[in-house]
Design a protein around this ligand. Structure first.
Ligand code: HEM
Length: 418
């Protein structure tokens, strides 16, 4: 939660009804970020706990920050038990599961952890999932059709279940409890721990941990051709993945791979229906699905901002001086709307010529699951359009509700008729 906004002239104009600040991020972020991109100086916000954070909204700045090693994931003194900012709670399993993973680490630990799973995400290997993803999509569509109502909630019945089945198979998670994975990952995506969500977060992390513990026992007894088995072997090998890192790795893959992909599907379907000319073009030429998914990522990508970086030293940037320890948040969805990079950025154009967006991030932490996410979206959207030639927004529903989350942009429900 953002408690205070400072050093940011545009935000001074915000009307009271735009508060809390996170709503501006989530409900209609486009105008807001456009104003920030016009500003010379960077804007600073204050996160809960009095923690100043700089917002990076322009494309060139975004790329530069994401590849600049002075911006790190771990503040220099975070692990120093003698430091005044050291928090012993950081040693609790719930925190460690969210911290001891590659996304929360800098080189060299980051490179070591990433290299352990890199090959499982190589595009050529991922292509091997094509037939299975198609099958999962077809089964979900059969179920929707079999209801005989001519209605569906695209998010609930299609976008959410598809990536969780794919992830479960990639990782080698047994069938039972897959539904719970969705609940756990949704809770844990809230990321920031407050008094009101602490209990839910702890329950989710304990539930997930116990589940993973069982999975590890099972895969030790019955190794499979899957990522968990490979990671268990790495745990015993020279790469020395610690037990805590093992939990953290699988946790990260589930959380990073589920809601992101689900909301890419939801946002894509929404954007296509809201742009009937583009939808018609895609229906006429299904091969356009590949550039169309790229445009969906740029225009309506599910990840609003990068995860937090910290300035490891004082840094002069964009007319301001960032102090050592300040937070830096790269607003990826804003960078992807930067008119200095993309022609008519607000226009959804599936035949866009130049489209080198950063919806999957940039630099060392570039999304490892990008090929998988693209493949899932290409197959899932194409299958949906093919099955239902007359797909439309449900006319009985006037208002679509967006999730109120600073990291993820996505619809809670997308009721459609066919
Ligand atoms: C990192 C976006 C799907 C696994 C990232 C980052 C972004 C991103 C922006 C960088 C975050 C940062 O630098 O702070 C997306 C989007 C997806 C998607 C938009 C779907 C549309 C997936 C999938 C998986 C995955 C399917 C795995 C199954 C990861 C991992 C990282 C990551 C492990 C951390 C990489 C590292 O730290 O080196 N993703 N992601 N993502 N993503 Fe994805």
């Amino acid at each position: 939660t953002v408690s205070k906004i400072s050093k940011c002239p545009v935000i001074a104009d915000l009307r009271p009804e735009d508060e809390p600040y996170s709503k501006v991020f989530t409900t209609n972020p486009a105008n807001f970020f456009e104003q920030l991109r016009q500003q010379e100086n960077l804007c600073q916000i204050t996160m809960e706990g009095n923690f100043p954070v700089w917002l990076i909204t322009k494309f060139d700045d975004a790329q530069q920050v994401l590849k600049d090693p002075r911006f790190t994931k771990v503040p220099a003194d975070a692990r120093d038990r003698t430091s005044p900012t050291y928090d012993p709670e950081n040693e609790a399993p719930i925190y460690r599961m969210t911290e001891e993973n590659m996304l929360s680490r800098d080189a060299p630990e980051h490179s070591r952890l990433r290299s352990l799973v890199q090959s499982a995400f190589a595009p050529r290997y991922i292509q091997g999932f094509r037939a299975r993803i198609q099958q999962v999509a077809d089964e979900l569509l059969d179920k929707i059709q079999a209801k005989g109502t001519g209605q569906m909630d695209f998010v609930e019945e299609y976008a959410y279940p598809l990536p969780i089945v794919v992830l479960a198979e990639l990782l080698g998670l047994p069938h039972h409890d897959r539904e719970k994975l969705r609940i756990w990952s949704e809770v844990m995506m809230e990321l920031r721990i407050t008094d009101s969500n602490r209990q839910a977060l702890e329950d989710a992390s304990i539930g997930l941990r116990n589940y993973l513990k069982e999975v590890f026992v099972l895969r030790r007894e019955q190794p499979g051709d899957d990522l968990v088995t490979a990671l268990l072997e790495a745990r015993n090998g020279t790469d020395k993945l610690s037990e805590e890192e093992l939990y953290a790795m699988v946790f990260l893959l589930i959380v990073a791979g589920h809601e992101t992909t689900a909301h890419l599907l939801g946002n894509s379907m929404y954007t296509l229906l809201a742009n009937p000319d583009q939808l018609a073009m895609l229906r006429n030429d299904p091969a356009l699905i590949v550039p169309a998914v790229d445009e969906m990522l740029r225009h309506s990508g599910p990840v609003l901002t990068s995860t937090m970086r910290r300035a490891s030293t004082d840094i002069v940037w964009g007319g301001v001086t960032m102090k050592e320890g300040d937070g830096v948040l790269v607003v990826l969805s804003s960078a992807n709307m930067d008119a200095t990079k993309f022609t008519d950025p607000q226009v959804f154009d599936i035949k866009r010529e130049y489209n080198k967006h950063i919806a999957f991030g940039f630099g060392a932490h570039f999304c490892i699951g990008a090929s998988l996410a693209r493949l899932e979206a290409e197959i899932a959207i194409a299958a949906m359009l093919q099955r239902f030639p007359d797909l439309q927004f449900d006319p009985a529903v006037d208002v679509l509700e967006w999730r109120n989350n600073m990291l993820i942009r996505g619809l809670r429900k997308l009721p459609l008729v066919f």
